[in-house]
Design a protein around this ligand. Structure first.
Ligand SMILES: Nc1ncnc2c1ncn2[C@@H]1O[C@H](COP(=O)(O)OP(=O)(O)OP(=O)(O)O)[C@@H](O)[C@H]1O
Ligand SMILES: [Mg+2]
Length: 227
C-alpha cells in the first residue's frame, strides 16, 4: 500500500473575481521509505502540492489517500492532528524563533503535544545531537550560520518522530558545500531510519541525490525519472 496517493488532485485559488488553477489533475504515489525530489520552474505548483501532501491545505477536487485512509474530506481539526503527528516540515528560510535558542526551538512542537518539559528537553537534545549541533543548543538563530540554522530546523522537524519529512528548498539559502552536508543528513535519515522524504528543489545536485525525481510543469506532473 502506498503511503501517499493522490488521484486527479486539483487546486484552484480564488483571486477576487478570478480563479487560478495551480494544480490540474495530479496523480502521484509515494511508497514508505522513498526519497523523492520535486522539481519544476517557479510557479509550476511545487509548494502547492507540498502543502496538500503535508495537510497544510486541501485540494479543490480529487482524492488524497494517506496510509490507505481517504483524507480528502477530513475536518481542519482532523487534518491538523495528522499533520502534527506524521509530518515534519523544513523550509528554505528555516523559520526559527529569533528570541529562542536552538534547544527551545526544537522543543517547541513538543509543547503543543503536552510533552513534559524534562522529557521534551531530553528529546530535543537528542535531536540536536543527531544533526550535529548539540554543542550549539544555547545559541539563538542569529548566533548560528545558515547551515547550523537549517540543522536546528531539521531537528525541530524530527522531534515529533514524523513518518514523512517535507522540505521546500532546504538548501536554497545555503552555499553548495553546506547544502551538500544538509543533503547528507537527509540521506542518512532516509537510509538509516527509513524516513520518507520529499524535497522540492531547483538544484540539480540535490535532485541527483534522490532516487526519484518528479517534474511538475504548469500544475501537472510532466515526467518522472529514477537514478
Ligand atoms: N494563495 C494563493 N493564491 C493565489 N494564487 C496562488 C496562491 N499560492 C500560489 N498561487 C499561484 O499558484 C501557482 C503555483 O504556486 P506555487 O507556490 O505552488 O509554485 P512553486 O512551484 O512552488 O514556485 P517557486 O519555485 O517559485 O516556489 C503560482 O502561479 C502562484 O502564483
Ligand atoms: Mg515554492
Amino acid at each position: 500500500m502506498s503511503l501517499i496517493r493522490l488521484e486527479n488532485v486539483t487546486k484552484v485559488y480564488q483571486l477576487g473575481e478570478n480563479q487560478f488553477s495551480a494544480l490540474k489533475g495530479v496523480n502521484f504515489e509515494l511508497q514508505r521509505g522513498e526519497m523523492t525530489a520535486i522539481v519544476g520552474v517557479s510557479g509550476s505548483g511545487k509548494s502547492t502540492l507540498m502543502n496538500i501532501v503535508g495537510f497544510l491545505d486541501r485540494c479543490t477536487s480529487g482524492q488524497y489517500h494517506f496510509s490507505g485512509r481517504n483524507v480528502s474530506h477530513l475536518s481542519e481539526e482532523e487534518l491538523a492532528k495528522i499533520r502534527n503527528t506524521k509530518i515534519g516540515f523544513v523550509f528554505q528560510s528555516f523559520f526559527l524563533l529569533a528570541r529562542s535558542n536552538a534547544l527551545q526551538n526544537v522543543m517547541l512542537p513538543l509543547f503543543y503535544r503536552g510533552t513534559p518539559r524534562a522529557e521534551a528537553m531530553e528529546i530535543g537534545m537528542r535531536m540536536l545531537e543527531k544533526v550535529g549541533v548539540a554543542h550549539l543548543a544555547g545559541h539563538r538563530p542569529n548566533q548560528l550560520s545558515g547551515g547550523q540554522q537549517q540543522r536546528v530546523a531539521i531537528a525541530r522537524a524530527l522531534v515529533g518522530n514524523p513518518e514523512v519529512i517535507l522540505a521546500d528548498e532546504p538548501t536554497g539559502a545555503l552555499d553548495s558545500q553546506t547544502g551538500n552536508e544538509v543533503m547528507d543528513l537527509f540521506a542518512n535519515l532516509n537510509r538509516e531510519e527509513g524516513r520518507t522524504i520529499i524535497i522540492i528543489t531547483h538544484d540539480k545536485e540535490v535532485s541527483r541525490r534522490c532516487r526519484r525525481t518528479v517534474t511538475i510543469r504548469d500544475g501537472m506532473i510532466a515526467s518522472e525519472g529514477h537514478t
